[in-house]
Design a protein around this ligand. Sequence first.
Ligand SMILES: CC(C)(COP(=O)([O-])OP(=O)([O-])OC[C@H]1O[C@@H](n2cnc3c(N)ncnc32)[C@H](O)[C@@H]1OP(=O)([O-])[O-])[C@@H](O)C(=O)NCCC(=O)NCCSC(=O)C[C@@](C)(O)CC(=O)[O-]
Ligand SMILES: NC(=O)C1=CN([C@@H]2O[C@H](COP(=O)(O)OP(=O)(O)OC[C@H]3O[C@@H](n4cnc5c(N)ncnc54)[C@H](OP(=O)(O)O)[C@@H]3O)[C@@H](O)[C@H]2O)C=CC1
Length: 403
Amino acid sequence: MDTDALIEAVDDGELRIHELEQHADADDAAEARRRLVTAETGADLETIGEYAFGAADAESNVENMLGAAQVPMGIVGPIEIDGGAVEGTRRLPLATTEGALVASVNRGCAGIRAAGGATARVLKNEMTRAPVFRVDDVAAAGETAAWVRANVDRLAEAAEATTSHGELREVTPYVVGDNVFLRFGYATGDAMGMNMATIATEAACEVVTSETPAELVALSGNLCSDKKPAAINSVEGRGRTVAADVEIPRDLVETYFKTTPEAIAEVNTRKNLVGSAKAGALGFNAHTANTVAAAFLATGQDIAQVVEGANAITTVDVREGGDLYASLTIASLEVGTVGGGTKLPTQTEALEIVGVGGGGDPPGENADALAEVITTAALAGELSLLGALASDHLASAHEELGR
Ligand SMILES: CC(C)(COP(=O)([O-])OP(=O)([O-])OC[C@H]1O[C@@H](n2cnc3c(N)ncnc32)[C@H](O)[C@@H]1OP(=O)([O-])[O-])[C@@H](O)C(=O)NCCC(=O)NCCSC(=O)C[C@@](C)(O)CC(=O)[O-]
Ligand SMILES: NC(=O)C1=CN([C@@H]2O[C@H](COP(=O)(O)OP(=O)(O)OC[C@H]3O[C@@H](n4cnc5c(N)ncnc54)[C@H](OP(=O)(O)O)[C@@H]3O)[C@@H](O)[C@H]2O)C=CC1
């Protein structure tokens, strides 16, 4: 059907607007949808309709496709990193609408580069899924938890039969009265792994329900915990747990951040540590979510998982001799270089800029490298914002670059 015929069929009640792809190609379906929405709302959708990829490429990423949200993309770097998976310099594209953000992260990268680079390591890699089961009473809950602890290998066999890349690393039972939660943790190679872990966990649950008194209530019981602020992710990690640090000589702190190591350390203590504690925050940092969100948008990560990416602690010390030491540890950075949004055309190009497109060799190497680059860039952003606060440049920077 052509777009006129699609519109007529919707207007006549013969087709619903989410059924258009069954009768036309994906681009025509999107155009018909735009014309229908314009007729209904009066909104001009010309720019939303100007996208550079084929709508069919996005079929597994979105339903009821209308067009694309275009977010400006900047670039930071080179970022110099001595990492476990990445060595040397990388650039990172950041998609954002916040003026001054790219400049800020870029300034931090320049300071880090001048100091000889940062060190970064992925410390843990476990994507989690935690189903909730119903039992009769706490005796049955105890029996179920004990069976699971003794039979992790049987659960691994069932889970790993569903994937060639996923590996079950651990299953931790939690009991609350007549509720049993099992937190499954998987190594997921280069995938962020949420679909992979969910499918694998469903298979493992069948073993649990056949061998114990537990009945499955929901495949996700919120102890995972996906896309919600949760202390368990801050403590145990989820996805990649990544740390980056740097030592910057005093004179370079003054050159790049227009302040002293002592002033940056004091802002960090009073703001990121004391202020965050008083606020009851989970993230003890200045704006890690800024870099994580912009990198996630650019590289095709699941943007809702910025919630977990903000579980980060920034530390700053003045070392003997007066140089600045700074670190950033992100407890739960959920990233992939295959699957999800990473296969869309602009996101693929962005991953190629970082040098991590597709599967790594060995699997997991590319996602580890991306995690190290994002964490180091976020450390750069921390340093730059702390410097701007210490030198009282925050408001003026945003007046100049952000309005
Ligand atoms: C704006 C700057 C960087 C100026 O900083 P400056 O020191 O005046 O800049 P500069 O001209 O001396 O250049 C230093 C380096 O900055 C970079 N740089 C400098 N300008 C640009 C530019 N236009 N485009 C790209 N890169 C730029 C560049 O790397 C350059 O080095 P070079 O490469 O030339 O050797 C600084 O004032 C700054 O970083 N301010 C802080 C802004 C910031 O971090 N905003 C974050 C968002 S705030 C927010 O969302 C969260 C918040 C604040 O609410 C959280 C909270 O509660 O704290
Ligand atoms: N289901 C859910 O509850 C949720 C889903 N999501 C969505 O899940 C998607 C991400 O899930 P994810 O599982 O990462 O992606 P996909 O579902 O796209 O699956 C990726 C698959 O790629 C295959 N693969 C190929 N090469 C590699 C490699 N080198 N390393 C790892 N895997 C490889 C794996 O297949 P194989 O397993 O056969 O080895 C893997 O399962 C996103 O779209 C996200 O928005 C987000 C939150 C919750």
